[in-house]
Design a protein around this ligand. Structure first.
Ligand code: NDP
Length: 274
């Protein structure tokens, strides 16, 4: 029942594209307030404008307050400053969606990775070839950013005795595949952190959820192939990937369960993947 989301405030990292942007739009339509965080200010502004329009169109009276915060979650200081940048009327955040994430692959022939991405075949080795900056970028964003922001908001949630942390993991955090060692390691870390947090917060009203998507067509593969959109498209050849709104709908559903229900984890595949 999405009426539970009326007037709630949701903070979403990585809200400038893909799953984060689609999630912001759905919460806007559901009558929530949304704080959008990412590095690209212009892209954030477009999503926020679309949220305003979607809220208006929905005709829902509650919610409709939107704020954008330009921040790199890989940067410790910038993460620490997010709370202070939230407009005072949106300070009481109800749901934190840790969605910002990135994937980059080694410099050598990344076409070889198309098959393992889908089928998890063995025998492709790229661990020795990945740039150190990519290793650091993925860990700083997917893991450290998520951990630090969670630390900040769990403190807030404890003080208010309510709240919900929703972390974006991945199928890559359940089953490692050849060629994706670093990304898989970051998502296994997310899963371990989520599981631990869930147990630490048991018997409190604070909920903890991990969303684990399979292949979703977003800007993710464009980032993966460093802006090469044609190459990005080939990842999905012969299959029908999920779209960002498929995952956004699950996030909305998870956040709108009755307060005593905690969806601990959710694995979502397109029908072509298993
Ligand atoms: P997109 O590339 O479309 O979106 C990623 C978002 O994260 C962008 O808004 C980007 O914005 C933001 N972001 C990246 N790095 C940083 C950073 N350092 N600081 C702040 N924001 C950052 O990809 P998706 O929507 O597909 O990915 C969202 C999440 O879903 C990720 O955690 C990803 O691992 C996970 N996922 C995706 C899958 C897929 O197949 N697409 C499968 C499984 C999980 P900006 O560049 O403006 O900072």
């Amino acid at each position: 029942n999405v009426s539970r989301l009326l007037g709630k405030t949701i903070l979403i990292t990585g809200a400038s594209s893909g799953i984060g942007a689609a999630t912001a739009l759905l919460f806007a339509k559901a009558g929530s307030n949304v704080i959008l965080v990412a590095r690209r200010a212009d892209a954030l502004k477009s999503v926020a404008d679309a949220c305003v329009a979607a809220h208006k169109e929905s005709g829902v009276a509650q919610g409709g307050k939107f704020a954008t915060i330009q921040a790199d979650v890989a940067d410790k200081e910038q993460v620490a400053s997010i709370l202070d940048k939230i407009p005072s009327d949106l300070r009481a955040v109800d749901v934190l969606v840790n969605n910002a994430g990135q994937v980059s692959y080694p410099r050598s022939d990344i076409n070889n990775l198309l098959i393992p991405l889908r089928r998890f075949v063995k025998g492709i080795e790229h661990i020795g070839d990945i740039a150190d900056a990519d290793v650091e970028g993925m860990f700083a964003t997917n893991v450290l950013g998520l951990i630090r922001l969670t630390q900040i908001f769990v403190k807030e949630f404890k003080a208010r005795n309510s709240g919900h942390v929703i972390n974006l993991g991945s199928v890559a955090g359940r089953e490692a595949y050849a060629g994706g060692g670093i990304y898989c390691a970051t998502k296994f870390a997310v899963s371990a952190f989520n599981g631990s947090l869930l147990k630490e917060l048991v018997n409190t009203p604070i909920r903890v959820t991990e969303i684990q998507p399979g292949m979703v067509e977003t800007e993710f593969s464009i980032v993966r192939f460093r802006g090469d959109t044609d190459r990005a498209k080939t990842v999905y050849d012969g299959m029908q990937p999920l779209v960002a709104s498929d995952i956004a709908e699950e996030i909305l559903w998870v956040a709108s369960r009755p307060p005593h229900v905690n969806i601990a984890e959710m694995l979502i595949f397109p029908v072509n993947q298993a």
